[in-house]
Structures are given as C-alpha cells and as structure tokens.
Write a protein that binds this ligand. Structure first.
Ligand SMILES: [Fe+2]
Length: 333
C-alpha cells in the first residue's frame, strides 16, 4: 500500500560557508508566479521506454514543451538574486564549468520560490502524481551560469541525479547566440550504447526546446531523459535554474546518486543532506506502515514491508561509507 509522505521542513540553520544575501526581494507567489500549462507533454513510452521501466517511475512524464513559470516581475527578481549569488559559482567536476548549488540556504527568495506550494501543486498536476520539493536543499534551485570560455558547453549530455526537475530560463536565451537546451528523443540505454560504440547521437532524435523567453521552463523526468545545454557562441549572460522534486509516494525507491553528489557538493553538506533525506524517507515509509498494518496472518507480507525500509537504510549507509569522489558520469559533449 502506498505511503504518502509529509513534507520535510527546511533545515533551521544553514551549513557553514553559505552566508545569507544582504539585500534581496521578498517572494510573493501572487506577483511572481505566472504558471501556465505546457502545450506538449512527451511521455516515456513515446521515447522508447518499456512498460516495466515506466512502472518503476513515479510518473510516465518524459519532458514537456516550454511553459511559463514566472511573471516578468518574478524574472527580474530572480535575475537579481542569481546575479547576487554568482560570486559563489564554482565548477561541478568536469561536467558543469560554472554553477551555484545550495543558493536556497543563502537566499530566502530562492528558497520560497523553489518550495512554493502553488508551484509544487502545478508540478504534481503535470506529473499526475504527488511531488514534494526535494528534501536535499542542494537539489533545489541549482543555478547554471554560462562558462566564461566562449563555445564551451554549459553542461554535457547527461541524466540527472534526481527524478523530476524543471529547467527554468532565468535569462532570455534568445538574446544570445548559442546556449540551446537539447534532449534526446530516445532512451538513456540507447545513448550509452551509441557512445560506447564511439558514435554521435543521431540528429533526427536530438530535439531543441523552443523557449519563448525568460521565465519559461521545461519539466522533465531528469533521470530518464538525456539532455544537455550547449555553449554560448558569443560573450553574454545565460543563467538557468534547475529545481528538483521527490515523489511523495514512498513506494518508489530512492533515486539519489550520492556517489555523484559527493563529487559536486562540499563534504560538510553532501553526506548530511543525504542522511537526513534517507532518514525522512524511512520515517515516512514506517509512518505509512504504522497506519496501515492491520490484523492478519500474512507474515511474509509484513516481513517484506519491514525489509523494504531496512534495505533503503542499509543501501544508503553503504553509499555513505563506500562513495569515492571519482568524477561525474556523463555522455560527453
Ligand atoms: Fe540536467
């Protein structure tokens, strides 16, 4: 039986090294959000995923066309916040040259936007399943900035370390030559096989998101849809925001790649955020069991429920002990 989790509260104190912005706008959902519905939703089956693969996912959504998320005023405020955070930008392994993670600790505007109930409700509606803002703050409001080197890709072909996220265009990419957001209309296994054979991705399966302007974004099941952001071909500002979600239904296994996060995020944050996330999943799963286990004789069924939580905890503990910072998985440029 499905256990629907209660949200996890945001940590009451930030980790060391994440100073709060001195001046920033106050987020107001009524003024700053301008949520619209995407015209097109591409499902995983249309991309070639099997019924069994889709059944293991919290939603059958692959990727949407670009839809409006922020009002013009919301865009202006988020641009101010993103620029104020840009001095904190760093590289993520060899994959992303310039990004900020954990900005939600530094900016209340960013945090309130990324965790806005109106936004979460819209994302859940598009997924056809209840979603919650990601319980690991570094998976919220991730900001990518254009590399300072012209032509260098903003991000290589990859799948995400989380399930569901949207990519929001904070600046208008049409004002710049380059910086296209592309995704592969196929499966991750196809990309892996092509790359192993030393082949390029077939151009007829590479799709480019049409972006009307700043404040628009695409929602994707990021661990299933292979995507990348190309380099800018002239000097200029390109900023995108990636906001992550976790399924509220605890029957879906965790999809955090701690080995990857350990490469990208500081030591004093990555493990603790992950441990807290797993502890929350365990608690919420058990809370569902406490509520729903009735009288009966099916010992095996009860054992399975307990074993599921035990496996969640021990797998995560193994990842915490065993993860080596070996670099980030990607499928190249
Ligand atoms: Fe991504």
């Amino acid at each position: 039986m499905a256990s629907i989790a209660q949200p996890l509260s945001f940590p009451s104190t930030p980790p060391e090294g994440y100073p709060a912005l001195e001046r920033e706008p106050v987020f107001d959902a009524a003024k700053h959000l301008a949520l619209k519905t995407p015209r097109v939703v591409t499902r995983l089956d249309a991309m070639g995923y099997s019924g069994a693969e889709i059944a293991a996912c919290p939603t059958d959504l692959g990727i949407t066309s670009c839809f409006r998320i922020l009002s013009d005023e919301g865009v202006a405020c988020l641009q101010d916040v993103a620029r104020a955070l840009s001095p904190y930008a760093r590289a993520a392994g060899d994959r992303v040259p310039r990004m900020v993670r954990g900005g939600v600790y530094q900016s209340k505007f960013l945090r309130d936007f990324c965790m806005a109930p109106e936004l979460t409700e819209a994302i859940s509606g598009l997924c056809g399943a209840p979603m919650l803002p990601h319980t690991m703050p570094h998976q919220l409001g991730h900001l990518n900035y254009n590399p300072l080197e012209i032509g260098k890709n903003v991000d290589k072909w990859h799948v995400d370390t989380l399930r569901v996220d949207f990519v929001l265009f904070v600046t208008d990419p049409n004002l710049l030559d380059g910086g296209e957001f592309e995704y592969f209309h196929g499966t991750a296994a196809e990309v892996r096989a092509l790359r192993e054979a030393g082949e390029e991705l077939p151009v007829d399966k590479v799709r480019q998101a049409e972006i009307p302007g700043a404040g628009y974004g695409v929602l994707q099941q990021g661990n299933m849809v292979v995507h990348r952001a190309k380099g800018v071909r002239e000097a200029g500002e390109r900023i995108t925001l990636v906001n992550g979600y976790v399924p509220a239904d605890m029957s879906y296994p965790d999809y955090t790649r701690f080995d990857q996060l350990a490469v990208v995020d500081p030591d004093h944050v990555a493990a603790s955020e992950y441990a807290r996330h797993i502890a929350w999943m365990g608690r919420e799963s058990l809370a569902g069991d406490v509520e729903s286990i009735g009288f009966g004789t099916d010992r095996a069924a009860y054992a399975e429920r307990l074993e599921r939580v035990a496996a969640l905890l021990s797998t995560a503990a193994g990842a915490l002990r065993g993860a080596k910072a070996e670099g980030m998985d990607h499928f190249g440029d």
